[in-house]
Design a protein around this ligand. Structure first.
Ligand code: SIN
Length: 514
């Protein structure tokens, strides 16, 4: 058994900012990732950029844009927190502390770009790989910090809670609290516990529960499942944001940043017609939920399997410099975006809901925090405004790191826990693969961009049955990362489907056709 002041699960932007903030204040921080390298997760895939501040911009203007995109379902105090502190923290932390350099124009001013539903250009970027540039700097800082221990290749099996793990049965009468986590060393297969005064979930997204997603393989919804089983409150899970434009081919989906539309790309149908103007006055730059559904409807109207994103009217050298990653990916898949429109379809992108948290990132469970995409601060409401996710990760990563460091000495109760009972059954990988396919196709077809109550009920039945099966073999299995991820993926799919069934109002990213 290990012991630490602050345990952080997830090494993306939110987790890394929290770790360094707490470590700077003297706390002993253990931060871990289930992947082999800390250069992983959704942050690495964020292309477009991070909100800073535009010319003639103000926190009030940003607030209006966020609230309008969020369909009047945002938590106003959380939006204020983001708008009032975001730009300052980008400057102080990302630029000054970690040395992130954002692109500049020919006059050495920050190159500000726009994205859908922003009233002014206010997004800073590093070409089309902003997340990767930021993450590289943060992982370097984590590795160099004397108070930070970074552990890779380690998967969290469950959070430790008084109600579930204490051998003292009277602990059930105490306030529900988390005191660390059970870990699986992916390489050795051994399971051990880490006791922590404060535990911070920063596990990122859940895109892999859908057949088509912009998220990497590791985004299996672990944090929602861990919190759900531990009894922490989650909300707004029905608001799954679908990114309107991912590269369409038979094999994969690849994000085509919204900043392409910010720089002048337009959506056209198979006959070259600009169809988004039929759906919203902002056309191709309307809020994401509207654009994604506009594309869906146009695909149905035309009977064509995709629509097209056209930026070929821009200078080709400029395009190659501004969007080098996207340009190469499209070219390798047979489309030269400097000359022709790119085939696109929507794909699951971001969970606007998650584990409910306060301004300091505290969850409903004592000593447990959640930050980044896994959390729900209320900023995004029913539909997230583009490029707010990295900003939210910085603000709440900072707030949670600061709060955890200021309070970890208040003490936590570390009870004796029941010993881990490892199973010995080998689980056939074919079962795991097939179960994942069931989760992904059920979520895509029944809990996707356009929903009906009949589809949702069908999804709930399929997923609950699958969950029982998976839970049974999980109990007997020799533990592996793959089994833990499947168990989490199914649990998260059940949680999203239940929230969607319970949602009373069709709004934003939750679109109920009937
Ligand atoms: C994009 O570049 O379009 C993704 C940015 C975001 O999701 O905020």
């Amino acid at each position: 058994m290990k012991r630490t002041d602050i345990l952080i699960i997830g090494t993306g932007l939110a987790g890394a900012v929290a770790a360094i903030t707490a470590a700077d204040k003297g706390s002993k921080v253990t931060i871990l990732t289930k992947t082999e390298s800390a250069l992983s997760g959704n942050t690495m895939h964020a292309q477009g950029g991070i909100i800073y501040k535009g010319i003639d911009d103000s926190p009030e203007k940003l607030k209006q844009d966020i609230m309008a995109a969020g369909n009047d379902h945002c938590r106003e105090s959380a939006v204020d927190e983001l708008c009032e502190n975001g730009a300052r923290l980008v400057q102080e932390l990302l630029c000054d502390r970690f040395g992130v350099e954002f692109d500049k124009d020919s006059h050495e001013n920050l190159d500000l770009t726009a994205e859908g539903a922003h009233s002014v250009p206010r997004i800073v970027h590093s070409k089309d790989k902003t997340g990767e540039t930021i993450q590289e700097k943060l992982v370097k800082a984590l590795n160099e910090h004397p108070n930070v221990e970074l552990i890779a290749d380690t998967t969290v099996v469950d959070l430790l809670t008084l109600s579930h793990h204490s051998t003292d049965l009277l602990d059930i009468y105490k306030k529900p609290a988390c005191f660390g986590a059970l870990m699986l060393d992916n390489k050795s297969g051994s399971v051990y516990s880490i006791y922590a005064s404060k535990t911070i979930l920063a596990t990122g997204g859940l895109g892999q529960i859908f057949r088509h997603t912009t998220n990497p393989n590791e985004s299996t919804g672990d944090g929602i499942a861990l919190a759900w089983r531990a009894g922490a409150r989650c909300f707004n899970l029905q608001y799954i944001q679908f990114h309107p434009t991912t590269f369409y081919n038979e094999h994969d989906r690849f994000l085509l940043s919204e900043s392409m539309r910010g720089e002048g790309a337009v959506l056209i149908d198979k006959d070259g017609r600009r169809f988004m103007e039929d759906f919203h006055k902002q056309g191709s730059l309307a809020p994401r939920d509207i654009v994604a559904r506009g594309i869906h409807q146009t695909m149905l109207n035309t009977g064509h399997p995709c629509v097209y994103l056209d930026i070929s009217h821009k200078d080709s050298d400029w395009l190659k410099t501004r969007f080098p990653t996207i340009y190469s990916h499209c070219l390798n898949s047979g489309t030269d975006l400097t000359r022709e429109p790119v085939p696109v379809v929507p794909a699951s992108h971001y969970s606007c809901g998650g584990i409910g948290v306060s301004k300091r990132g505290r969850t409903s469970l004592q000593h447990l925090y959640a930050i980044g995409e896994v959390s729900c601060t209320g900023v995004h409401g029913a539909n997230r405004l583009a490029s707010t996710s990295l900003l939210e990760a910085v603000v709440w990563g900072f707030n949670a790191g600061k709060d955890a460091a200021a309070t970890y000495q208040e003490g936590n109760h570390f009870p004796e826990i029941f010993p881990w009972e490892d199973g010995n059954e080998y689980i056939d990988p074919a079962l795991i693969m097939q179960d994942w396919m069931t989760v992904k196709s059920t979520m895509w077809n029944y809990v996707g961009l356009v929903r009906t109550r009949q589809r949702l009920h069908r999804a709930a039945t399929i997923l609950r049955h699958l969950q029982t099966e998976v839970e049974q073999f999980y109990q007997k299995a020799k533990m592996t990362k793959e089994i833990v991820q499947l168990r989490n993926g199914v649990q998260t799919a059940v949680a999203v489907t239940s929230a969607t069934l319970e949602a009373r109002v069709s709004k934003g990213a939750h679109y109920l056709q009937d």
